[in-house]
Each structure stands twice: as structure tokens, then as C-alpha cells.
Design a protein around this ligand. Structure first.
Ligand code: SF4
Length: 267
């Protein structure tokens, strides 16, 4: 049976590991929770770094999952195969529900996310958030490559926190205090595989129709610049899909209801 954590217990853990290295935290977490712990891999540079550290500290305790939205760029699939080969790991891939996709496309078309933020949120919910719920349903903890300076919504990320949006399991972000520069120094130092889109000016990788290059050079850049290529056409909307930021606590549910029940007016 899954352990129910209190906020106090997790706050204590969070404080205990705040100054720990990623190696120390991952070593503890994998020993404590394997096989009910897995890395969420989306092809970001950070994910490869975290996987590499997992492989160093506990190579026989690695589980990795990925959400295939059906709209990912080819370069992500190439990376997935490279990563499987490089580390000798399986990657558990979760797909969206076919019926939800079919209904969504029938009602709103192939690319409705360009027309309306609510429809973009709904697409992200169907293609990412719902599959994530399935991926996390049997876990006690998940591991992410989140970093605090990726975007203002991530500035308060803790190394260990309760994920109230996902069954109250633990969410572990071992490199949340790393900089963008440190991530790339690590990748170059150990010659890790990475998504080739980074060589073409991308600084955050997402679905193909919703991501474009930013041409921000490596160095001391702000998170807002790093993610400005995601949903670039939107104004005043958080650059989040709902996986890591529930957009004001569970608002995706409201978005779903708004769109499906009230049939929002499409711009
Ligand atoms: S990033 Fe774009 S294509 Fe991917 S799930 Fe979200 S809205 Fe849909």
C-alpha cells in the first residue's frame, strides 16, 4: 500500500537533502523506493543528466518513462533510441487515449492550440497530463529534471516535495539548483547523448508544432528566455503544460469542463 506522506514529513526530508548533491539524493531515493520510482524523460538536456547520475549511483535500479504525445519532433525519437542503447535501459512509453484524441480533433481540428489558450491547455491535458496520471499511478515517487531557473513558475521547486496533483507521491528534482551552464558542462564532460535540436537554437524541447528555436546562447540566461520558444504565440499564459504546474491548483479540470460542457467560443 502506498505510504501517505504528511507535509511536515516531506518538509523535513526536503530540508535534509537541500544541500545534498544529486548523487546523494538519487542514491537515497532509488534505494528507498525502487522499483516504485521512475524518471520522467522528455528529451530535455536535464533529463539526460539525471539519468546519467542515476546510472552512476544505482545502475540496477533504473526505471524511465516517457509521454509520447504523438506530436513530438523526430529528433526526440532519435534521442530515445540513443539513450536506450547508451544506458541499456528500457523506456516505458505512455500514449494518449485514442478516443480522447479522436474526439478532440473531430471537434476542434488538428492544430486548435494556436487559436485559444484554453484549447492548448486541453490538448496538453489529453496528450500529456492524462497519460502522466497513468504513468504515476503505480509509483511512490517520480524523478524530474526540473530546474528553478527554467521559468518563474519553477522558482520554488524543492528537491523533494509532495505531489498533491498526483496521488500525493513524492516528486524528486535532484538538479533543481543547477544552472543551465552546469547542465551543459556535465553533458560535454561525459559526452552524453542529447537532442540535436539544441544544436539548432532550441533551448527547451516540446511538441513539434508548439516549440521553436530561441537562439539564446549558453551562459547566464534567464529561465524566461530559455522557455520563450514554447507556445511562443501566447500572451500572458504560463509556459507550462500542466505536468509540473497545475495552473492554479487543478485548473485543468475546470478547463476541460469549460470547453466540453460550455462549448467555449473559439476565436
Ligand atoms: S505542446 Fe502543443 S501539441 Fe503538445 S500537447 Fe501541448 S498543445 Fe498539444
Amino acid at each position: 500500500m502506498r505510504r501517505e506522506w504528511t507535509d511536515l514529513e516531506v518538509e523535513e526530508l526536503s530540508l535534509r537533502f537541500e544541500n545534498s548533491t544529486a548523487e546523494e539524493l538519487l542514491s537515497w531515493a532509488l534505494n528507498e523506493f525502487y522499483p516504485n520510482i521512475a524518471l520522467a524523460f522528455s528529451g530535455q538536456a536535464e533529463d539526460v543528466v539525471v539519468l546519467d547520475i542515476m546510472h552512476k549511483v544505482a545502475p540496477d535500479k533504473i526505471r524511465v518513462f516517457m509521454l509520447d504525445t504523438g506530436r513530438l519532433p523526430e529528433e526526440i525519437y532519435e534521442l530515445v533510441d540513443k539513450v536506450r542503447e547508451h544506458y541499456g535501459v528500457e523506456i516505458e512509453i505512455y500514449y494518449p487515449d485514442t478516443k480522447e484524441i479522436e474526439e478532440f480533433v473531430k471537434r476542434y481540428g488538428i492544430n486548435p492550440f494556436y487559436r485559444d489558450v484554453e484549447l492548448r491547455h486541453l490538448c496538453c491535458k489529453i496528450r500529456k497530463v492524462n497519460p502522466l496520471l497513468r504513468a504515476l499511478s503505480g509509483l511512490d515517487a517520480w524523478i524530474t529534471g526540473l530546474r528553478r531557473d527554467q521559468f518563474p513558475t519553477r522558482a520554488t521547486t524543492r528537491k523533494i516535495q509532495i505531489d498533491h496533483d498526483h496521488y500525493g507521491i513524492l516528486k524528486i528534482s535532484p538538479i533543481c539548483d543547477w544552472t543551465w551552464d552546469e547542465v551543459w558542462q556535465y553533458i560535454k564532460k561525459y559526452n552524453l547523448p542529447y537532442c540535436k535540436l539544441y544544436d539548432r537554437g532550441y533551448t527547451s524541447i516540446g511538441c513539434e508544432p508548439c516549440t521553436r528555436p530561441t537562439f539564446v546562447s549558453l551562459g547566464d540566461v534567464t529561465g524566461e528566455e530559455l522557455r520563450k520558444g514554447r507556445w511562443w504565440w501566447e500572451k500572458n499564459a504560463p509556459k507550462e503544460c500542466g505536468i509540473h504546474c497545475s495552473l492554479e491548483a487543478g485548473s485543468f479540470e475546470r478547463h476541460m469542463e469549460t470547453v466540453f460542457k460550455l462549448k467555449i467560443k473559439i476565436k
